[in-house]
Design a protein. Structure first.
Lengths: 349, 349
């Protein structure tokens, strides 16, 4: 589908490796005071003074993590940055820099790479992170994006996965499951398109879900929100693989159990409608769907009053002793063991 | 050829993504005082105190940057780390941490990944860098390795590409061209093997060249050597794309010209013999061959006495005014314009 959208096609080999890198990176600005030297030497040079540095990295592979049939390249570039910035936010740190490496097969014209980098540039601007380095090369097949994100925080601000206590409350930002259902809608439209390329999809009923899949945002605002409420989470993680998977991560790392309440799950009305249409249980989607990039965290019980009723946060459960296990408490008040059935990049299906 | 070497084959999908990451990363030790938290959270946490931080990243793609027909996976793991550490050394900084992301197709059994990580572990130990994060996922085709390296240095120690002056001397460590000829020998043996799989190659005459290709080392010693000599380079770069390409980088960034002397090029005797056998000009190989991972740097003319006769360093030329251009002065005392004909990852051949 890329071919349809880019009438002009310039072969990337015309520019050569260095020419291509120069061309794609010339719009990147340096805005962070901690960036002393960005792109253009053997390495970037940074100075975080008395701050601690957090570092995270992710690899995105065409056909595994994204499908260019419905993922516009500009959105893909944006999302690639978001996914990494989200990991920095999940440490309660402030994102500051990223490196971006891209490998492409020769089927991609320069114009396609420009679209990808336009999305990266937009996200870098939105999240105020400097692009300080990277690598651009050819691949044997498809598009590969590798991003490393850096952030800064004071030592006492950083929140790990292992700090939850057995009496803590479990809190999530935003809503969950929408990005997964957005993907289901897009997959269905792709199948329709393959059968009848002339069909014009009406996606009005799905806009929120599709946006959550194609243009997710990292919750960089949560750090500020929590700071204003004078709450420091005891543990935190971002939701990339699915709520149940992330809850299990927090519990295992913190040696605690958890009760998650079905009736507390923050689910968007559009998700409920579309789940009915697809005949899927919306709780299953909310628990197992991934890629929401919301933050999941635990707080001390005594912080309850500070957070209750806040529209940015939903208390969805509480931690327990490790021996009590990890459970979903259904609306019918039955207790079901929570299992990670999130998306697995290494499954053979 | 991997299949021959791994009689035991465990499918990576058996372990699942998190199981695989745990399995492959469990041997990584934390040795750097600047690593506060390594693998196991959303991000690693580092503290460089009053040091500056240097960051570099590289992407290695099967079929583009390496060929598993003659590159054993353990060597590949080792070399992937070396390539990145070399960039940190080229800033005159001390390598401290790396992140490692790997994508593999299902044709790779777990035992192959274990070999790769054994090489990464060995290099991390050799260069005393902590592996602080990464990502392991599946690819549609082949093996993809993305490494980001971090290092530390005092502000006044860091050497950029743009500091060369028109009266500086040009110096290189070790010898050049050997890694390229090692690749030519391996390529020839691969062709022989394809024609006659029973042939037993006798590679005794090529051991040094092959080792330079399969097990290159980053020059982490140079920082200490120069410090002891009380020399601070004015500019520096590592030789990955070829000597001529790197000289041109230094000249362009520093706005100077250069005279490189053919008779000064440090060439190993084995390289000369093999170039004769292959009927290739050894100067061409020394100038254009890449992947030596030696350091190329400029020093003030007044530092000449400190460095002359030192077996670790060879003065191969001097910088000039920018208007004089960038030239090779041949043994016959003719002046040839230097062009970058190094390996280009984006060429269409």
């Amino acid at each position: 589908m890329i071919e349809d959208k880019t009438p002009q096609r310039t072969s990337i080999s015309q520019l050569g490796e260095f020419g291509l890198i120069d061309h794609l990176t010339k719009n990147f600005e340096i805005n962070q005071p901690s960036t002393l030297k960005g792109i253009g030497d053997d390495a970037a040079v940074l100075d975080f003074k008395d701050k601690k540095i957090v570092v995270s990295t992710d690899l995105l592979i065409e056909g595994v993590h994204f499908d260019l049939a419905y993922m516009p390249l500009k959105h893909l570039g944006y999302k690639s940055v978001v996914v990494n910035v989200s990991d920095i936010c999940a440490m309660n740190a402030k994102p500051t820099q990223i490196t971006v490496s891209v490998a492409v097969s020769n089927r991609f014209p320069l114009e396609a790479l420009e679209e990808l980098f336009a999305g990266i540039t937009l996200a870098a601007k939105e999240y105020n992170v400097d692009v300080i380095g990277g690598d651009t090369t050819s691949s044997q097949k498809g598009l590969i994006i590798s991003i490393t994100a850096l952030g800064e925080a004071d030592a006492e601000e950083i929140v790990y996965r292992d700090g939850a206590n057995s009496t803590d409350l479990l809190v999530v930002t935003g809503d969950v499951g929408s990005a997964y259902m957005g993907l289901q809608v897009l997959e269905r439209e792709k199948q329709v398109f393959l059968v009848n390329p002339n069909s014009q999809p009406d996606l009005d009923a799905y806009t929120y879900l599709i946006e959550r899949q194609l243009k997710p945002e990292a919750r960089k605002d949560v750090r500020t929100l929590l700071h204003a409420l004078e709450i420091k989470p005891t543990s935190m993680i971002d939701i990339s693989d699915g709520l149940s998977s992330e809850i299990i991560h927090l519990c295992k790392k913190s040696n605690v159990g958890c009760n998650l309440y079905e009736d507390k799950l923050p689910i968007d009305p559009q998700l409920i409608n579309v789940c009915e249409e697809f005949n899927i249980d919306s709780t299953t989607v909310a628990i197992n769907g991934g890629e929401d990039y919301e933050l999941l965290f635990t707080i001390k019980m005594e912080d309850f009053d500070k957070i209750k009723g806040n529209p940015n946060f939903t208390i969805i459960g509480h931690m327990t002793q490790e021996s009590e296990g990890i459970h979903l408490i259904t609306r019918a008040n039955t207790k079901i063991e929570l299992r990670a059935r999130g998306w697995n990049a290494l499954s053979e299906d």
